[in-house]
Design a protein around this ligand. Structure first.
Ligand SMILES: [Zn+2]
Ligand SMILES: [Zn+2]
Length: 265
């Protein structure tokens, strides 16, 4: 599999995953020109995308879906539980949506959705398998539940949320108290420390690569997220660049292109 995050964070999310026989996007939360250019920068023609998989109905995940899917006649997959919302929000591409309530295939990619606790109508993460090569995308969750852990354990690569630094969130003057409580709740987002504890568990299942994702512009920074996660892991004798590689996603710029082949780790 070839994988690349194209954008991540509250301004828009999109992750590209390519198998031998299928090319998918998980969420299209940026405008079409941005996605078109980001795909182009990794040598992918937007018209060759087979499917868009939606995690949940928040704007930063679906903003660009309508235009993209109309332009390229792309199939869309979403969970049954958000069908009523998408019926209205994606009314121009209604006919292109397939609703799922369990795992499914897009070409040679086996897609295993799993529920995560988030303050949307319903939110899923995705485990994507091509043979025994496994990649998971797990963002927008208030807590790293046993369900999420069981769903993504053994993934070679995980895009995992590191949304906020707890102290920066509490002292940030730009958010009202209710919003801070929402972000910090079990149905909001994962903090850097939550993310670090999740990685500690995942490393023991064989995960060797984690891309810190959905990093807040206001209450976190890329450097702080990596430093916090790395220092927690070191305190548990999990050494970055030895036992685990930490990578990053960005708000307005694509991330690293990863290749995960069966038994590549
Ligand atoms: Zn989001
Ligand atoms: Zn969300």
């Amino acid at each position: 599999m070839r994988i690349c995050n194209l954008a991540s964070g509250s301004d828009g999310n999109c992750t590209y995953i390519e198998g031998e026989k299928a090319r998918i996007l998980i969420d299209v939360g940026k405008p079409l020109p941005y996605i078109f250019n980001a795909l182009n920068s990794i040598g992918v023609d937007a018209s060759t995308i087979d499917a868009i998989l939606i995690t949940h109905e928040h704007t930063d995940h679906i903003k660009g879906v309508d235009k993209f899917a109309r332009t390229y006649n792309t199939c869309i997959y979403a969970h049954t539980y958000i069908s009523e919302i998408l019926f209205h929000q994606l009314k121009n591409v209604r006919e292109q949506i397939t609703y799922f309530d369990s795992d499914f295939f897009v070409g040679d990619l086996h897609i295993v959705p799993f529920p995560v606790p988030h303050d949307s109508k319903f939110c899923v993460g995705y485990r994507v398998e091509q043979g025994d090569a496994v990649v998971s995308v797990c963002t927008d969750l208030g807590s790293f539940t046993d369900t999420a852990f069981d769903a993504i354990k053994g993934s070679a690569l995980v895009y995992l949320e590191a949304n906020y630094d707890a102290e920066m969130l509490m002292s940030y003057p730009g958010y009202p108290p209710f919003l801070k409580r929402r972000i910090n709740s079990g149905h909001g987002h994962l903090s850097n420390n939550d993310c670090a504890r999740a990685i500690e568990k995942l490393v023991h299942t064989g995960t060797r690569l984690v891309a810190l994702s959905h990093i807040s512009k206001h209450t976190n920074s890329e450097n702080l997220a990596v430093a916090t996660v790395a220092s927690y892991l070191e305190s548990k004798n999990i050494i970055p660049n030895v036992n685990i590689r930490l990578d990053l996603t960005h708000h307005e710029q694509r991330g690293t292109i990863f290749r995960i082949t069966p038994n590549s780790f």
